[in-house]
Design a protein around this ligand. Structure first.
Ligand code: HEM
Length: 469
């Protein structure tokens, strides 16, 4: 048995009352499920924004904490034990102690992700993770803030943003639909190579598989479609276009059970979350007084960061400048922090899930092996009873290293299951934002009050006025 607190009763962790159980289902867990866990449903997200569903979830979690103490608390779901975490130290514990006794490959994730990436490290056994997780880390260069492909990424981003804004000049408006088309082209070029720019088929195939993933076990797997999709990815790996991540997949030595090509769907899929986060970060930057000007000043005066620059792995907001290169991609801490703030305020992975592989002890009892553990990230990110910055745009939260003595802000999860793509995300998102702010003056159609931000913000309904100069 894994011990958090020894010498405690063997009684089970307390369950919620039937009324509280119903409230948690409708106010906390319903929102991420109906918005679409694998592919978002923009209309539902718009509706959730109108009724601010996520604030209701945070308020409900605060109520549970005042009623049940530090928890955890069990839900009453027939055939499945699930516990909600209420205390910050439990969040750190569960994220740090993986993949055993807290495995990221939960029943729910396997149901959804097996539709398109059954070999992904995220749904793998502890044994399989031994080769799959390091493979992801090698290609994504997890601990390096500036990926070695940063120059190619910068060139792609500059071109694609220029094309997008050129198009926006005709209407004077930038909306989600235009941004999403640009994003798809950019990501295909970065991941698969320039030759994939117009390969809508690969994105459509993944989209159809993800649609099935939204319905998890309720939907049979479409193996033929999955084979076609994975076969297409293999073509790009064989082509290994220089500067693409596909080329790195081809060149990175890996044992056969690392399933290199099957790691790639997670990247393509997860870049979607980055698109939402980037569009929301843009809204924050152009709404917050002085932020866009500060970002432009930072870009104009920043120290160029060498692609080889190393940073402490725990550092999120700061990209340490390495030895200055003549025209290397730039260090943009403010833009990185804006992206992190966007992810704190509106986490794109609101439910971080783990399954226990052994009986575990807690301050209020035990949980048997096979129990699911749920971290509802918005509760920890927007808990205004604990975090004074809860609803304010506060990039300074990310100016230093955060560790387990800090309140958990976990947009990228944490511990050995932490997102290995986080530095690629922060680099590419900040490059996109930097280019947009450099090339045009943008204003939000409905500016955000950055001192009192809403609990739910649909990226699909944001619009910006665009002008030159
Ligand atoms: C805003 C963008 C992103 C966010 C917020 C994000 C967040 C996360 C989170 C929370 C997890 C862990 C899930 C869990 O604990 O169960 C995760 C896992 C993962 N992410 Fe990301 N991610 C993003 C983008 C990306 C991108 C662009 C890539 C690749 C290029 C990537 C690669 C991965 C991989 C491979 C895993 C599985 C790690 C493992 O098996 O241990 N992510 N991500």
């Amino acid at each position: 048995m894994s011990d958090a607190t020894p010498n405690l009763p063997d009684a089970a962790v307390p369950s919620l009352s039937p009324v509280d159980h119903a409230r948690v289902l409708t106010r906390v867990l319903l929102s991420p499920v109906v918005k679409g866990p694998i592919v978002r449903r923009p209309r539902v997200v718009g509706l959730a924004e109108r009724i601010d569903l996520d604030s209701a979830g945070v308020a409900e979690m605060q109520r549970l904490r005042s009623r049940y103490g530090a928890g955890p608390v069990q839900l009453r779901i027939p055939g499945r034990r699930i516990a909600l975490l209420l205390a910050p130290e439990d969040v750190h514990r569960v994220l740090n102690e993986g993949p055993e006794p807290f495995s990221p490959a939960t029943l729910e994730k396997r149901g959804a992700l097996n539709h398109f990436e059954p070999g992904s490290s995220l749904v793998s056994s502890a044994q399989q993770r031994l080769s799959r997780r390091p493979f992801n880390e090698q290609v994504l260069e997890t601990d390096r803030p500036v990926h070695s492909h940063a120059e190619q990424m910068t060139a792609i981003i500059t071109e694609e943003v220029e094309a997008l804004l050129g198009h926006a000049d005709f209407t004077g408006t930038l909306d989600w639909d235009g941004f999403a088309v640009m994003w798809g082209r950019m990501i295909r070029r970065i991941v698969l190579g320039n030759g994939a720019r117009e390969d809508d088929q690969v994105t459509d195939d993944l989209r159809r598989l993800r649609d099935r993933g939204n319905l998890s076990y309720l939907m049979p797997q479409n193996r033929r479609l999955r084979e076609r999709f994975l076969g297409r990815l293999q073509v790009y790996v064989d082509r290994a276009e220089p500067g693409s991540l596909a080329a790195m997949v081809a060149q990175t030595p890996a044992p056969a059970d690392a399933e290199p090509v099957q790691q790639m769907p997670q990247w393509l899929f997860a870049f979607d979350a980055e698109a939402w986060a980037t569009f929301r970060a843009l809204a924050l930057l152009v709404s917050h007084p002085g932020a866009a000007e500060d970002a432009r000043a930072e870009m104009a005066g920043a120290v160029p960061a060498s692609p080889g620059a190393e940073a402490a792995p725990r550092t999120e907001g700061r990209a340490d400048a390495g030895p200055a290169g003549p025209c290397g991609p730039r260090d943009q801490p403010l833009l990185r922090a804006a992206v992190l703030e966007s992810l704190r305020l509106w986490p794109t992975t609101p439910l971080i899930l783990r399954d226990s592989t052994a009986d575990t002890r807690w301050r209020n009892g035990t949980l048997p092996a096979g129990a699911g553990l749920v971290i509802f990230a918005p509760f920890f990110h927007r808990d205004d009873q604990t975090l004074p910055e809860a609803h304010r745009f506060s990039p300074e939260l990310w100016s230093g290293d955060r560790d387990d003595s800090d309140w958990p802000l976990v947009p990228f999860s944490g511990g050995p299951g932490m997102c290995p793509g986080r530095n690629v995300v922060l680099l590419t998102a900040s490059l996109v934002l930097g280019e947009m702010l450099r090339q045009r003056r943008l204003t939000a159609e409905k500016p955000l009050d950055t001192g009192k931000l809403p609990g739910t913000l649909s990226p699909f309904h944001l619009r910006f006025a665009v002008r030159r100069g």
